[in-house]
Design a protein around this ligand. Sequence first.
Ligand code: SF4
Length: 382
Amino acid sequence: MTHTNYRVLKSGIMIDSALYSENTVKNAISIFSGDVHVTAEKKSHQWHIHFESKNPSDLKKAIDFFNTELVKLKISEIKTEQMRQSTIKGNRFMFVINHKCNNNCLHCAESENRSNPEPSAVEIKKTLEDVLVDGFSDVFFSGGEPTLRKDIIELVGFAKSRGYRVLLFTNGRKFSGTAFAEHMASAGLYSVVIPLHSHIPEVHDRVTSVRGSYKETMQGICNCLEKNILVNIKIIPTKLNYISLPETVEFIGKNFKGSRIIFDMLHIGGNALRNESRISVKRSKTAKYLEKALDFAIDKNLDVTVESFPLCLIERKYWGCIRNSRIVVSAYKKSLSETRIGGEGQILAEKCSVCSVKDRCPGTWESYFKRYGDSELKPLVS
Ligand code: SF4
């Protein structure tokens, strides 16, 4: 295995610093053992790695070593990054197991990662064993679209056999096949989260960019319910669906009895950033329709939750539906004591520091505040 992004100098190599991080270079130096003094210096987008030795054959060995080792380290860096995208929420391990998807949603925040390599079944199983030691009871497989993995049934079965409660974030299309739903249920799948972008087929398909996806997702939800897999239906308000949120909730209440409804707010990244003018709508504009949808849900005794919606934008009587998951995002393998507020997750704005409910408010996605600022927030003073 050799890398192609380097130039051999008289006594060292020169590599592209956009491709190789300082960490990778330092790691390579730290594991190199030879009678050669190695130094690295970054000069205008290039790493200059210098070798000093009296013996020319040692210099050649050093060049060969870095030529292969940097590539290996780069691959392991990609894998580490892949794991980093997995997160821990409370006692739940959120595990990103692939990046491909058969939808291309207008607001997909993962669209940038489609071509990233996916972990092998062996790596996934090993990680599940490692995380089990950390005391996690739930594993939440996510993607991409995790059902596109050929080994998904095996992975669900493996996780279940290790004592996990297994949850899956999916667009639900694969579950439109009765046999697939049956196999996933038998393997031990406990619950799914399936986004429904609207009760109107054309709107749902416009969001997913796949004609016919609505029909498959509908069938998938029915099949999951039939196989006693707990169904959470996720609705993300966008410019295309926010006015009809109450009707969508009414539709779910009538057609998918026993399912739960989760409202989550748009994260402005990936496709959502590219399609921002088509889909993004301010939280304050959404509030009136969200409240009507909640009225219906509460009236019909539906199980409904709202995530990443600032409390000050919605009437107090709905606050019981709002979940604060702001404090529970941490990178894979960090201990729970290292959990942090903010980062790439949900945050409060500067203005919130004077608000009397700041400790129980979820705030919203950081990307939203970056885009729209905090002018619509109204800090509460008790
Ligand atoms: S001002 Fe900030 S902390 Fe207070 S309710 Fe609004 S978003 Fe939440």
